[in-house]
Design a protein around this ligand. Structure first.
Ligand code: UDP
Length: 194
């Protein structure tokens, strides 16, 4: 089965490699894409929050982030192929963006963290064009930030506000942008920044 539904969340039952291949194609075709990496906390939260649940259903892809999701799928008799950690998808997407010299925007985390994330990226993936970056402590309902990011025309946008904030912002962003792959990456900038 290509989809496995756990507590109403339709996970894509494909390998990390297949996720990245699909995203590579969508990037080259400039297809707007909402990617969610859902861990057990997200699944439980969506179970109790109708609005957030509906937001997740807007996603083009939902990746099974963590062994807890894989174990649940086995228990349900609908085994998921493998766990697809958000952090690893982010690294794969950065690799891809470097290869294809894409435009990438980074938004989220604390000022210091985002600064060192961006300098890490510049060193490790020098062919990425940094469209821009911003810390994550602003009013997330502010439409000006959407305008600001949109104006840089990113092919990829990493949003690190933690859930459910990041998915809400991405949904608003993508409703207004013409293209771009957007993904909520939780605490990943804190990890990448060293
Ligand atoms: N964060 C942010 N803005 C906020 C709240 C949090 O940018 O208003 C950042 C925070 O600095 C951290 C990340 O969001 O980098 C939250 O990571 P966490 O591990 O809590 O998210 P999860 O992985 O649980 O979704």
């Amino acid at each position: 089965e290509t989809k496995v539904t756990i507590l109403g969340i339709p996970f894509d039952n494909i390998t990390r490699k297949d996720f990245l291949n699909a995203l590579y194609k969508r990037m080259n075709n400039r297809q707007k894409t909402f990617l969610v990496t859902a861990n057990p906390e997200i699944v439980m939260y969506a179970h109790d929050n109708e609005d957030y649940y509906k937001l997740l259903l807007q996603a083009d892809y939902i990746a099974p982030d963590g062994i807890g999701i894989v174990k649940a799928s086995r228990t349900l008799g609908k085994p998921i192929k493998e766990r697809v950690p958000g952090y690893e998808l982010m690294l794969g997407l950065l690799e891809m963006a470097d290869l294809e010299k894409r435009n990438v925007y980074f938004i989220g985390a604390e000022e210091e963290v985002i600064e060192s994330t961006v300098s890490r990226v510049k060193k490790k993936w020098p062919n990425i064009n940094i469209a821009g970056y911003h810390h994550g402590y602003f009013n997330h309902a502010d439409p000006e930030m959407i305008e600001k990011v949109k104006a840089t025309e990113p092919d990829l946008i990493f949003v690190a506000f933690g859930f459910p904030r990041q998915e809400k912002w991405i949904s608003n962003y993508l409703s207004q942008a013409s293209h771009g792959i957007a993904v909520g990456v939780g605490g990943s900038f804190d990890v990448l920044s060293g």
